[in-house]
Design a protein around this ligand. Structure first.
Ligand SMILES: *Cc1c(COP(=O)(O)O)cnc(C)c1O
Length: 388
């Protein structure tokens, strides 16, 4: 059986590798499914720009009507330049600089998700200087274990993210003195690549408790933002090209206690863009090792750092040969780092110099984390809709 990407083999062969290839039809189908399943419950979905800020993809995502979740001033700028609309932009992050805050204030973004008391005080001060009232939400650390890799777990008390529950009394006292801030909501985000929905159920329970705490103190907040983190199936990029968005949103419908007229926001990154992207690369050399064969590619950790950074698995296919499993290869890049390895003992059909390889499910945290280490060229991107 051939790879689903085989129909693009001629295009791939005629273009200088490595490059990212995005299936824009799949992205559109994904967005349509998100829209359909979220609108059933009147949920608002923001796209987490940090997963991929490729302009072509952002325009498609904006057209589908998603808002923008940003974690830097330049992401806020990008979202506004591409027309997401300041009223649909939220700005999160533990380390917002004064310049970034000032810029976002000038643009009148919808909401700052605040992660500490000092940050709250600075935003109030800068808003005062601009004669504005900034809308803020408190990012609260729900102390939920997302049960994923430790580098992508964010919702535990020991993580740097968010405000801990025991600090909330102090936060409310500080807010009483912040006349240029308006508290409009609560924000949570427990981690990334969460494929078992149970942590989200635990999150709902925790959000309900925290919301009660606020209600008891007279705060009925119009917005709840439950973050992102929905994972994808890296093993089955074709069979499970779309996440089960219906199960995801239904779970929140079932377990989250929503106040009258309260808006519920989600911030999905990976689940929107991961499956539509592949890193296309060519085999430079097959090298015999002592116990293994190395397939040395012209793409490396400079184009896709996830395997080197957090031992992430990506399915690797030989697009020239199909899906046979005859031999084992350690599939590596050309960079002078031992961690520059895409997979060990990967079963592939006999692979030769010049074969086109696809590293699948690379649309999220791929291109956007690429670097020019070793003075490599900036990685290019192509889109299925450009190919006749
Ligand atoms: C990274 C991030 C997201 C998106 O995470 P995914 O796992 O890509 O869905 C959402 N919200 C915040 C605050 C983030 O930092």
């Amino acid at each position: 059986m051939m790879s689903a990407l085989h129909k693009y083999h001629t295009f791939f062969s005629n273009h200088k590798t490595p490059f990212y290839f995005y299936d824009t039809d799949l992205l559109q189908r994904t967005l349509a499914e998100i829209k359909k399943t979220s609108s059933t419950y009147n949920y608002h979905v923001h796209y987490a720009l940090k997963a991929n800020t490729n302009d072509t993809l952002l325009k498609i995502i904006k057209e589908a009507g998603l808002g923008a979740d940003c974690v830097s001033g330049n992401e806020v700028k990008k979202a506004i330049e591409l027309g997401f609309g300041a009223a649909n932009v939220v700005f999160a992050g533990v380390g917002k600089s004064d310049d970034e805050i000032n810029y976002a204030l000038q643009q009148n973004i919808f909401c700052f998700n605040c992660e500490s008391i000092p940050e709250i005080e600075v935003i109030n001060e800068l808003a005062k200087q601009q004669n504005k009232t900034a809308q803020i939400a408190l990012r609260i650390n729900p102390n939920i274990d997302a049960q994923t890799h430790k580098y992508i777990t964010t919702g535990l008390e020991e993580n740097k993210f968010g405000i801990n529950f025991h600090e909330l009394t102090d936060v409310l006292a500080v807010l009483k003195n912040c006349s240029n801030l308006k508290l409009i909501g609560l924000h949570f985000h427990i981690g990334s690549q969460i494929t078992d929905l149970n942590p989200f159920k635990n999150l709902c329970t925790r959000v309900n408790e925290i919301q009660q705490w606020f209600l008891q103190r007279g705060y009925q907040l119009p917005h709840l933002n439950v973050g992102g983190g929905l994972g994808i199936n890296y093993n089955k990029p074709d069979e499970e090209a779309l996440c089960d968005f219906n199960a995801f949103f239904s779970l929140f419908k079932k377990f989250l206690q929503v106040q009258p007229n309260q808006q519920i926001h989600f911030e999905l990154g990976r689940a929107v863009v991961a499956q539509c992207g592949s890193l296309i690369t060519k085999v430079l050399y097959i090298k015999k090792g002592t116990n293994t064969n190395f397939a040395i590619l012209d793409a490396g950790m400079t184009e896709l750092i996830r395997p080197a950074l957090y031992q992430a698995y990506h399915k690797i296919e030989n697009v020239s040969k199909g899906k046979g499993q005859n031999l084992k290869y350690d599939v590596v890049g050309p960079i002078c780092e031992s961690s520059d390895c895409f997979g060990k003992a990967v079963e592939l059909p006999e692979t030769l110099r010049g074969d086109i390889m696809a590293i699948r499910s690379a649309g999220a945290y791929g291109e956007v984390m690429s670097s020019q280490y070793n003075l490599r060229d900036k990685v290019k991107s192509y889109f299925s809709r450009e190919i006749k």
